[in-house]
Write a protein that binds this ligand. Structure first.
Ligand SMILES: Nc1nc2c(ncn2[C@@H]2O[C@H](COP(=O)(O)OP(=O)(O)OP(=O)(O)O)[C@@H](O)[C@H]2O)c(=O)[nH]1
Ligand SMILES: [Mg+2]
Length: 349
């Protein structure tokens, strides 16, 4: 199973600005001395790990990163402006390798780690610098130092931010195929998914990408090994919250919460912690006939039930077939992720 995100990029630091050849020209000073200033320093390429970053998705689109060159020195001993550094944010957990030699450059583990990957060139010295007692009018200056260029490969072991759980056939794989570029097997029969799939979701309207894990369906008794068992739940153990999907066409009007409770029971039997993860509950296949009535009965039942239970939930209705409710679901996921980001930061202080 390959849950590795990879990207190849090229980075180039800024060149140093060239030194300047210039002589003072002032009234009453016919033969002014040299006054050429030095060039500015080129910008560095700096890698920084940011906990906001979760994938290497954006590197599929931007491949070349270049820091600013230093400006040339000027007369009157003016030093050229330094080039701006270019800071590239990467997710913690990223491994950086020299793509040409295969040599490892650095393993980034924690947030806020900083590393200068390519150093900007030093500015060349202006002719002022070369004046000596025997050489009063140097007509030369130094060029700036060249830039450093590297081709690097970024590698990241993907960790799912969001876990998709539900009974077999709920439409989990269909959802992940609609919202991400993952192409899992989808079937009109239970247990289509035999191994977990990860999908990277980039909201249409921009913002950070996130990772969703689609795991095989759970059934009653899964904790005791029924169906495909719960071995796959470890893939969602470290996610920040769950999307719990329920096929609206399987809702029993007389017992609307049955499927929902079956899954929650299995989660609790697997691990207490998993049962306390926040859930976004999603009713799927809303395009089918009778879906609204079934969804209303579910919503009524869960609202009266929820008054007593602790995990935070949010209820959504979607159809992967027509696309209805999908954008709302993605923006709800993003706001849950942002909220858990804040919690994480608070915990760090
Ligand atoms: N009408 C309709 N059918 C859907 C929708 N989403 C999924 N389906 C169908 O439901 C069936 C099951 O979908 P899957 O995505 O394979 O379900 P799953 O939850 O991944 O199932 P397992 O992998 O077996 O756990 C397929 O026949 C899908 O075409 C939807 O929005 N509307
Ligand atoms: Mg599936």
């Amino acid at each position: 199973m390959k849950f590795i995100d990879e990207a190849n990029i090229t980075v180039e630091s800024g060149k140093g600005g060239s030194g300047c050849v210039s002589f003072r020209r002032e009234k009453f000073i016919p033969k002014g001395g040299p006054d050429g200033g030095s060039g500015g320093r080129g910008g560095d390429i700096i890698l920084v790990t940011s906990s906001r970053k979760r994938t290497l998705y954006d590197f599929n689109y931007k491949k070349v990163f270049k820091a600013q060159n230093g400006s040339g020195g000027e007369g009157n001993q003016r030093t050229g402006k330094d080039g701006d550094d270019l800071i590239i944010e990467i997710p913690p957990g990223t491994v950086v390798v020299n793509a040409d030699t295969g040599e490892p450059i650095k393993d980034f583990v924690n947030p806020d780690e900083t590393f200068v990957l390519a150093k900007g060139g030093r500015g060349g010295q202006g002719n002022t610098h070369f004046k000596t007692s025997t050489h009063q009018t140097p007509r030369f200056a130094q060029p700036g130092e060249p830039a450093e260029t590297f081709n690097i490969r970024l590698e990241l072991k993907l960790i799912a931010d969001v876990g998709l759980v539900g009974l077999p056939n709920a439409g989990k794989s269909t959802l992940i195929s609609v919202i991400s570029s993952a192409r899992p097997k989808i079937g009109a029969y239970p247990f289509t998914t035999l191994i977990p799939n990860l999908g990277v979701v980039k909201p249409r309207w921009g913002g950070e990408a996130f990772v969703v894990a689609d795991i095989p369906g759970l059934i009653e008794g899964a904790h005791a090994g029924a169906g495909l068992g719960i071995q796959f739940l470890r893939h969602v153990e470290r996610t920040r919250f769950l999307v719990h999907m329920i096929d609206v066409s399987s809702i029993d009007i007389d017992d609307p919460l049955r499927d929902y409770e079956t899954i929650n029971r299995e989660l609790t039997l697997y691990s207490e912690e998993l049962s306390h993860k926040p859930q976004i509950v999603v009713l799927s296949k809303m395009d089918l006939t009778g879906a609204e009535e079934a969804a209303d009965s579910f919503q009524k039942a869960i609202e009266s039930h929820l008054v007593q239970i602790s995990p935070k939930i949010y209820l959504g209705r979607i159809s992967a077939a027509t696309g209805s409710g999908i954008d709302d679901l993605i923006s709800t996921i993003v706001s849950f992720l942002d909220a858990t980001d804040e919690n994480r930061q608070e915990n760090e202080f």
